[in-house]
Design a protein. Structure first.
Length: 352
């Protein structure tokens, strides 16, 4: 059965409309899902809306990649799936006739149930509202977990947009002492409420001096989530040296260790619009460090976040008060763009 669906469309840079499209029939190994809520990832979606390089040549396009919904049709070859089940989804099968940048901001989706872009079932009895941030939070889980944080280590997270905020949350979950950095006071207040040990406002004095007064010899882990040149420069100057290299000695050359906890770790967890150049020795600012650049989350990361949400680790009340009717999407994107200090994100309600 072909369905007429509604979708949010970026028709050209800085222009948002609601349009209708035809969704092809459900394939034998697919499911059709009806969206309940879709979650805006402001950094990614506003960058695309601005006409950044990655979106050039793709307008008009359907943005977004994080949504929760309900299965309304099951392919004839599938077993173990039934209509009415709640799911979290990402990157559905593209809709013909329109550009597609992940395509989550639509009323219905054709989806696969296995592989990298599989929809994942929510826990039985779940409130879908609580699971709307799953896909964005899973990006942060990836960045926070691949550096193997250990209880008692010190981590600094630069940037407290949603990806940085969730990264700080997951580092705390792993037992790290977390210091957060941002220029927006409300974001720092949220991070402290979520359990950060200290917050540094980069707009109030020298951020490095403030951080180093808290970590002394440097941080074990630094997560750069601001996407800014200033954030990168700050990140490379606050890592500690490997534990066996003591500053007050005459440059001893210590034996190499393979333990991930021996080395300071730098995680780049943002998208950078401008090229950043550095001599190899200047990339981290210390002799001996591990650099991570996670490209995306895996199914395992997504499943881990579903479990953490089930356990109550992400309070939605601290992210967004209530869903916004999807009819208000055009003005909502512009409000997000123009008021970063007021809105963390928007969650669109597709039930109307």
């Amino acid at each position: 059965m072909t369905r007429t669906i509604n979708a949010i469309v970026f028709t050209q840079p800085n222009e948002v409309k609601l349009q209708q499209f035809s969704l092809p029939p459900c394939g034998p190994s697919e499911v059709i899902c009806e969206t309940i809520y879709s979650f805006v990832s402001p950094g990614t979606e506003l960058r695309v809306l601005s006409g950044a390089k990655e979106s050039q040549g793709k307008f008009p396009l359907i943005p977004g990649y994080s949504w929760v919904g309900r299965v309304v049709e099951v392919g004839s070859d599938l077993r173990g799936w039934r209509e009415g089940e709640l799911v979290s989804g990402r990157n559905p099968i593209p809709v013909p006739g329109v550009g597609f940048m992940w395509g989550g901001q639509a009323s219905h989706h054709r989806c696969v149930v296995s592989g990298y872009d599989a929809v994942l079932k929510l826990p039985v009895g779940a409130d879908p509202w609580n699971y709307t941030p799953t896909e964005v939070a899973a990006i942060s889980w990836r960045g926070a977990s691949i550096c193997y944080p250990a209880p008692g280590e010190t981590a600094v997270v630069i940037g407290q947009g949603l990806v940085g905020a969730f990264a700080a949350k997951w580092l705390m979950h792993h037992g790290a002492k977390v210091i957060v950095v941002d220029r927006i006071a409300s974001r720092l207040t949220r991070a402290m409420a979520w359990g950060a040990s200290a917050a540094v406002n980069a707009s109030e004095g020298d951020a490095r001096e403030q951080i180093m007064s808290l970590v002394q010899d440097g941080a074990d882990i630094v997560v750069e989530a601001s996407g800014s040149r200033g954030g990168v420069e700050l990140a490379r100057t606050i890592l500690r040296h490997p534990a066996a290299r003591l500053h007050h000695t005459n440059y001893p050359v210590s034996q190499l260790h393979s333990s991930g906890h021996y080395w300071p770790r730098l995680v780049f967890l943002a998208t950078y619009l401008n090229k950043l150049e550095a001599f190899p020795g200047d990339l981290t600012g210390v002799e001996g460090a591990v650099v991570f650049g996670p490209g995306d989350r895996t199914v395992g990361d997504r499943l881990a976040v579903l479990e953490r949400i089930r356990c109550g680790d992400i309070p939605m009340k601290d992210i967004v008060d209530a869903p916004t009717p999807v009819a208000q999407a055009p003005q909502s994107y512009l409000a997000l763009r123009d008021n970063p200090d007021k809105y963390n994100t928007m969650v669109f309600d597709w039930r109307s």
